[in-house]
Write a protein that binds this ligand. Structure first.
Ligand SMILES: Nc1ncnc2c1ncn2[C@@H]1O[C@H](COP(=O)(O)OP(=O)(O)O)[C@@H](O)[C@H]1O
Ligand SMILES: [Mg+2]
Length: 289
Protein backbone atom coordinates (compact mmCIF):
# COMPACT_ATOMS: atom_id res chain seq x y z
CA UNK A 1 0.00 0.00 0.00
CA UNK A 2 1.47 3.28 -1.05
CA UNK A 3 1.32 6.00 1.53
CA UNK A 4 4.19 8.29 0.70
CA UNK A 5 3.52 9.02 -2.96
CA UNK A 6 0.91 11.65 -2.24
CA UNK A 7 3.48 14.38 -1.72
CA UNK A 8 6.05 13.46 -4.34
CA UNK A 9 6.95 16.48 -6.43
CA UNK A 10 7.65 15.83 -10.08
CA UNK A 11 11.34 15.23 -10.39
CA UNK A 12 11.42 14.18 -14.01
CA UNK A 13 13.41 17.05 -15.47
CA UNK A 14 12.33 16.42 -19.03
CA UNK A 15 8.68 16.66 -18.00
CA UNK A 16 8.86 20.05 -16.32
CA UNK A 17 9.54 22.37 -19.28
CA UNK A 18 6.69 20.98 -21.31
CA UNK A 19 4.25 21.31 -18.41
CA UNK A 20 5.29 24.93 -17.92
CA UNK A 21 5.40 25.80 -21.60
CA UNK A 22 1.71 24.95 -21.80
CA UNK A 23 1.03 27.66 -19.26
CA UNK A 24 0.43 25.41 -16.27
CA UNK A 25 1.73 26.98 -13.13
CA UNK A 26 1.82 23.89 -10.94
CA UNK A 27 4.96 21.95 -10.21
CA UNK A 28 2.88 19.06 -9.02
CA UNK A 29 0.82 16.71 -11.06
CA UNK A 30 -2.64 16.91 -9.70
CA UNK A 31 -6.01 15.44 -10.40
CA UNK A 32 -8.42 17.93 -11.86
CA UNK A 33 -5.55 19.53 -13.77
CA UNK A 34 -6.08 17.37 -16.81
CA UNK A 35 -6.70 19.57 -19.84
CA UNK A 36 -9.90 18.23 -21.38
CA UNK A 37 -10.43 21.20 -23.68
CA UNK A 38 -10.52 19.02 -26.78
CA UNK A 39 -12.84 16.51 -25.14
CA UNK A 40 -10.32 13.68 -25.00
CA UNK A 41 -9.15 12.10 -21.76
CA UNK A 42 -6.76 9.69 -23.46
CA UNK A 43 -5.01 9.98 -26.77
CA UNK A 44 -2.77 7.25 -28.18
CA UNK A 45 -1.09 7.80 -31.53
CA UNK A 46 1.11 5.42 -33.51
CA UNK A 47 2.15 3.56 -30.40
CA UNK A 48 4.73 0.84 -30.98
CA UNK A 49 5.93 -1.27 -28.05
CA UNK A 50 8.56 -3.98 -28.42
CA UNK A 51 10.18 -6.30 -25.96
CA UNK A 52 13.62 -7.35 -27.20
CA UNK A 53 12.50 -6.89 -30.78
CA UNK A 54 9.09 -8.57 -30.35
CA UNK A 55 6.38 -6.06 -31.21
CA UNK A 56 3.45 -6.42 -28.81
CA UNK A 57 1.87 -3.16 -30.04
CA UNK A 58 2.27 -2.21 -33.69
CA UNK A 59 1.05 1.28 -34.44
CA UNK A 60 -1.92 1.70 -32.15
CA UNK A 61 -4.00 4.86 -32.50
CA UNK A 62 -6.93 5.32 -30.16
CA UNK A 63 -8.73 8.14 -28.44
CA UNK A 64 -11.12 8.02 -25.52
CA UNK A 65 -13.47 10.92 -24.84
CA UNK A 66 -13.86 12.36 -21.38
CA UNK A 67 -16.72 10.60 -19.60
CA UNK A 68 -16.80 7.76 -22.13
CA UNK A 69 -17.16 4.09 -21.19
CA UNK A 70 -15.14 2.33 -23.89
CA UNK A 71 -15.02 -1.42 -24.34
CA UNK A 72 -11.98 -3.01 -25.94
CA UNK A 73 -12.16 -6.58 -27.17
CA UNK A 74 -9.72 -8.76 -29.07
CA UNK A 75 -8.07 -12.17 -29.12
CA UNK A 76 -5.42 -13.24 -26.63
CA UNK A 77 -2.08 -11.66 -27.38
CA UNK A 78 -3.66 -8.66 -29.13
CA UNK A 79 -1.78 -6.29 -26.82
CA UNK A 80 -4.69 -5.21 -24.62
CA UNK A 81 -2.90 -5.67 -21.31
CA UNK A 82 0.31 -4.20 -22.73
CA UNK A 83 -1.66 -1.09 -23.72
CA UNK A 84 -2.88 -0.75 -20.12
CA UNK A 85 0.68 -1.32 -18.87
CA UNK A 86 1.85 1.60 -21.02
CA UNK A 87 -0.98 3.92 -19.95
CA UNK A 88 -0.23 3.25 -16.27
CA UNK A 89 3.56 3.48 -16.65
CA UNK A 90 4.24 -0.15 -15.77
CA UNK A 91 5.72 -0.51 -19.24
CA UNK A 92 7.53 2.46 -20.72
CA UNK A 93 10.72 3.69 -22.31
CA UNK A 94 12.61 2.49 -19.21
CA UNK A 95 11.85 -1.21 -19.70
CA UNK A 96 10.73 -1.58 -23.33
CA UNK A 97 11.25 0.00 -26.73
CA UNK A 98 8.42 2.49 -27.03
CA UNK A 99 7.59 5.03 -29.71
CA UNK A 100 4.52 7.12 -30.45
CA UNK A 101 2.41 9.31 -28.23
CA UNK A 102 0.33 8.53 -25.14
CA UNK A 103 -1.33 11.62 -23.68
CA UNK A 104 -3.71 12.17 -20.79
CA UNK A 105 -5.79 15.15 -21.86
CA UNK A 106 -3.98 17.66 -24.05
CA UNK A 107 -0.83 18.21 -22.05
CA UNK A 108 0.24 15.25 -19.93
CA UNK A 109 2.72 12.99 -21.72
CA UNK A 110 2.29 9.65 -19.96
CA UNK A 111 5.43 8.22 -21.58
CA UNK A 112 7.47 10.67 -19.51
CA UNK A 113 5.96 9.80 -16.16
CA UNK A 114 6.60 7.03 -13.69
CA UNK A 115 3.98 4.64 -12.34
CA UNK A 116 3.35 6.41 -8.98
CA UNK A 117 3.00 9.79 -10.69
CA UNK A 118 0.43 8.37 -13.10
CA UNK A 119 -1.57 6.91 -10.21
CA UNK A 120 -1.33 10.29 -8.50
CA UNK A 121 -2.90 12.22 -11.38
CA UNK A 122 -5.91 9.94 -11.28
CA UNK A 123 -5.53 6.83 -13.41
CA UNK A 124 -6.85 3.85 -11.44
CA UNK A 125 -6.33 0.31 -12.63
CA UNK A 126 -7.93 -2.96 -11.76
CA UNK A 127 -6.14 -6.16 -12.57
CA UNK A 128 -7.93 -9.42 -13.30
CA UNK A 129 -7.52 -10.98 -9.87
CA UNK A 130 -9.21 -9.16 -6.99
CA UNK A 131 -6.73 -7.80 -4.46
CA UNK A 132 -8.77 -6.92 -1.41
CA UNK A 133 -7.64 -7.30 2.20
CA UNK A 134 -9.44 -10.49 3.16
CA UNK A 135 -9.11 -10.06 6.93
CA UNK A 136 -10.47 -6.53 6.92
CA UNK A 137 -14.15 -5.71 6.83
CA UNK A 138 -15.63 -4.35 3.62
CA UNK A 139 -15.85 -0.79 4.97
CA UNK A 140 -12.28 -1.01 6.29
CA UNK A 141 -11.05 -1.90 2.81
CA UNK A 142 -12.76 1.21 1.45
CA UNK A 143 -11.40 3.37 4.26
CA UNK A 144 -7.86 2.18 3.61
CA UNK A 145 -8.25 3.01 -0.07
CA UNK A 146 -9.59 6.47 0.76
CA UNK A 147 -6.65 7.18 3.05
CA UNK A 148 -4.21 6.19 0.37
CA UNK A 149 -5.80 8.63 -2.06
CA UNK A 150 -2.82 9.56 -4.20
CA UNK A 151 -3.81 13.19 -4.27
CA UNK A 152 -2.42 15.22 -1.36
CA UNK A 153 -4.61 18.13 -2.39
CA UNK A 154 -7.77 16.07 -1.96
CA UNK A 155 -6.44 14.58 1.27
CA UNK A 156 -5.64 17.98 2.77
CA UNK A 157 -8.76 19.81 1.72
CA UNK A 158 -11.25 17.08 2.61
CA UNK A 159 -13.45 17.85 5.59
CA UNK A 160 -12.22 14.62 7.05
CA UNK A 161 -15.13 13.02 8.87
CA UNK A 162 -18.13 14.27 6.92
CA UNK A 163 -16.55 13.73 3.52
CA UNK A 164 -15.30 10.31 4.52
CA UNK A 165 -18.73 9.19 5.69
CA UNK A 166 -20.43 10.49 2.56
CA UNK A 167 -17.84 8.86 0.30
CA UNK A 168 -18.18 5.58 2.14
CA UNK A 169 -22.00 5.55 1.98
CA UNK A 170 -22.07 6.51 -1.66
CA UNK A 171 -19.50 3.90 -2.62
CA UNK A 172 -21.13 1.09 -0.62
CA UNK A 173 -24.39 1.86 -2.45
CA UNK A 174 -22.71 2.05 -5.84
CA UNK A 175 -21.02 -1.32 -5.43
CA UNK A 176 -24.14 -2.87 -3.86
CA UNK A 177 -22.42 -3.96 -0.65
CA UNK A 178 -24.35 -1.92 1.96
CA UNK A 179 -25.47 -5.11 3.69
CA UNK A 180 -21.98 -6.57 3.62
CA UNK A 181 -20.22 -3.50 5.04
CA UNK A 182 -19.37 -5.20 8.33
CA UNK A 183 -18.27 -8.62 7.12
CA UNK A 184 -14.66 -9.51 6.35
CA UNK A 185 -13.85 -9.16 2.66
CA UNK A 186 -12.63 -12.76 2.68
CA UNK A 187 -16.23 -13.93 3.11
CA UNK A 188 -17.46 -12.19 -0.05
CA UNK A 189 -18.20 -14.05 -3.27
CA UNK A 190 -15.82 -13.57 -6.20
CA UNK A 191 -18.21 -11.10 -7.83
CA UNK A 192 -18.59 -9.11 -4.60
CA UNK A 193 -14.81 -8.96 -4.17
CA UNK A 194 -14.46 -7.61 -7.70
CA UNK A 195 -17.07 -4.94 -6.93
CA UNK A 196 -15.30 -4.09 -3.65
CA UNK A 197 -12.06 -3.60 -5.51
CA UNK A 198 -13.78 -1.25 -7.94
CA UNK A 199 -15.15 0.56 -4.87
CA UNK A 200 -11.61 0.89 -3.51
CA UNK A 201 -10.55 2.49 -6.79
CA UNK A 202 -13.57 4.83 -6.64
CA UNK A 203 -12.54 5.98 -3.16
CA UNK A 204 -9.43 7.40 -4.81
CA UNK A 205 -11.59 9.50 -7.14
CA UNK A 206 -10.01 8.46 -10.41
CA UNK A 207 -10.34 10.51 -13.59
CA UNK A 208 -9.78 7.41 -15.71
CA UNK A 209 -10.45 3.84 -14.67
CA UNK A 210 -8.85 0.92 -16.50
CA UNK A 211 -10.39 -2.50 -15.98
CA UNK A 212 -8.67 -5.57 -17.40
CA UNK A 213 -11.13 -8.44 -17.86
CA UNK A 214 -13.20 -7.59 -14.76
CA UNK A 215 -15.88 -10.20 -15.51
CA UNK A 216 -13.46 -13.13 -15.75
CA UNK A 217 -14.53 -15.98 -13.47
CA UNK A 218 -17.88 -14.39 -12.65
CA UNK A 219 -21.25 -16.11 -12.85
CA UNK A 220 -23.75 -14.69 -15.36
CA UNK A 221 -25.60 -12.93 -12.56
CA UNK A 222 -22.41 -11.38 -11.16
CA UNK A 223 -21.43 -10.29 -14.67
CA UNK A 224 -24.70 -8.43 -15.15
CA UNK A 225 -24.41 -6.83 -11.69
CA UNK A 226 -20.97 -5.58 -12.70
CA UNK A 227 -22.40 -4.22 -15.96
CA UNK A 228 -25.05 -2.34 -13.93
CA UNK A 229 -22.38 -0.90 -11.66
CA UNK A 230 -20.23 0.30 -14.57
CA UNK A 231 -23.25 1.73 -16.36
CA UNK A 232 -24.09 3.71 -13.22
CA UNK A 233 -20.57 5.11 -13.12
CA UNK A 234 -20.99 6.69 -16.54
CA UNK A 235 -20.20 10.36 -16.21
CA UNK A 236 -18.41 9.96 -12.86
CA UNK A 237 -15.14 9.10 -14.56
CA UNK A 238 -13.92 7.85 -17.90
CA UNK A 239 -13.67 4.07 -18.09
CA UNK A 240 -11.82 1.68 -20.38
CA UNK A 241 -12.86 -1.97 -20.05
CA UNK A 242 -11.00 -4.82 -21.70
CA UNK A 243 -13.24 -7.86 -21.84
CA UNK A 244 -13.91 -11.14 -23.61
CA UNK A 245 -17.50 -11.71 -22.50
CA UNK A 246 -19.58 -10.44 -25.42
CA UNK A 247 -22.85 -10.23 -23.49
CA UNK A 248 -21.12 -8.10 -20.91
CA UNK A 249 -19.66 -5.84 -23.62
CA UNK A 250 -23.11 -5.55 -25.25
CA UNK A 251 -24.63 -4.57 -21.90
CA UNK A 252 -22.01 -1.83 -21.53
CA UNK A 253 -21.95 -0.48 -25.06
CA UNK A 254 -25.69 -0.55 -25.67
CA UNK A 255 -26.70 0.41 -29.18
CA UNK A 256 -24.58 3.51 -29.53
CA UNK A 257 -21.39 2.97 -27.49
CA UNK A 258 -18.11 2.54 -29.35
CA UNK A 259 -16.38 -0.85 -29.19
CA UNK A 260 -12.76 -1.12 -30.26
CA UNK A 261 -11.40 -4.42 -31.56
CA UNK A 262 -7.66 -4.91 -31.17
CA UNK A 263 -5.76 -7.59 -33.01
CA UNK A 264 -2.02 -8.07 -33.36
CA UNK A 265 -1.24 -4.83 -31.59
CA UNK A 266 -3.41 -2.46 -33.59
CA UNK A 267 -7.04 -1.46 -34.08
CA UNK A 268 -8.77 -3.96 -36.36
CA UNK A 269 -12.21 -2.39 -36.25
CA UNK A 270 -14.16 0.19 -34.30
CA UNK A 271 -17.78 1.20 -34.06
CA UNK A 272 -21.01 0.15 -32.43
CA UNK A 273 -21.32 -3.47 -31.29
CA UNK A 274 -23.62 -4.11 -34.25
CA UNK A 275 -21.00 -2.68 -36.62
CA UNK A 276 -17.99 -4.60 -35.28
CA UNK A 277 -19.97 -7.84 -34.94
CA UNK A 278 -20.66 -7.77 -38.66
CA UNK A 279 -17.19 -6.68 -39.74
CA UNK A 280 -15.69 -9.50 -41.86
CA UNK A 281 -12.18 -8.90 -40.48
CA UNK A 282 -13.49 -9.19 -36.91
CA UNK A 283 -15.42 -12.36 -37.67
CA UNK A 284 -12.31 -13.82 -39.28
CA UNK A 285 -9.84 -12.92 -36.55
CA UNK A 286 -11.92 -13.12 -33.41
CA UNK A 287 -15.60 -13.89 -33.28
CA UNK A 288 -15.52 -16.74 -35.75
CA UNK A 289 -13.06 -18.79 -33.71
N1 LIG B 1 6.99 -7.96 -20.69
C1 LIG B 1 6.87 -8.66 -21.82
N2 LIG B 1 7.92 -9.24 -22.41
C2 LIG B 1 7.80 -9.93 -23.57
N3 LIG B 1 6.65 -10.11 -24.23
C3 LIG B 1 5.55 -9.57 -23.69
C4 LIG B 1 5.58 -8.83 -22.46
N4 LIG B 1 4.32 -8.39 -22.19
C5 LIG B 1 3.55 -8.87 -23.18
N5 LIG B 1 4.27 -9.57 -24.08
C6 LIG B 1 3.76 -10.21 -25.32
O1 LIG B 1 3.02 -9.24 -26.02
C7 LIG B 1 1.88 -9.82 -26.65
C8 LIG B 1 0.63 -9.11 -26.20
O2 LIG B 1 0.34 -9.51 -24.87
P1 LIG B 1 -0.84 -8.90 -24.01
O3 LIG B 1 -0.73 -7.42 -24.03
O4 LIG B 1 -0.79 -9.57 -22.69
O5 LIG B 1 -2.12 -9.36 -24.83
P2 LIG B 1 -3.65 -9.45 -24.40
O6 LIG B 1 -3.82 -8.78 -23.09
O7 LIG B 1 -4.39 -8.78 -25.51
O8 LIG B 1 -3.98 -10.90 -24.34
C9 LIG B 1 1.90 -11.29 -26.28
O9 LIG B 1 2.46 -12.01 -27.35
C10 LIG B 1 2.77 -11.33 -25.04
O10 LIG B 1 3.43 -12.57 -24.93
MG1 LIG C 1 -4.57 -9.45 -21.24
Amino acid sequence: MQTSSSTIPIETTDFQPEWESKGNSGHFLEKGKIDLSHGEILYIEDLVVSFDGFKAIKGLTLDILSGELRCIIGPNGAGKTTMMDVITGKTGPRNAQVSGRVFLGQTIDLLKLKEPQIAQIGIGRKFQKPTVFENLKVWENLELARKSNKSWRVALTAKVNQDAIEDMEKTLLQIGLEKEAYIPAGELSHGQKQRLEIGMLLMQKPELLLLDEPAAGMTDEETMQLADLLNQLRGTCSIVVVEHDMEFVSALSGETGIVTVLAEGAVLAQGTMEHVKNDPAVIESYLGR
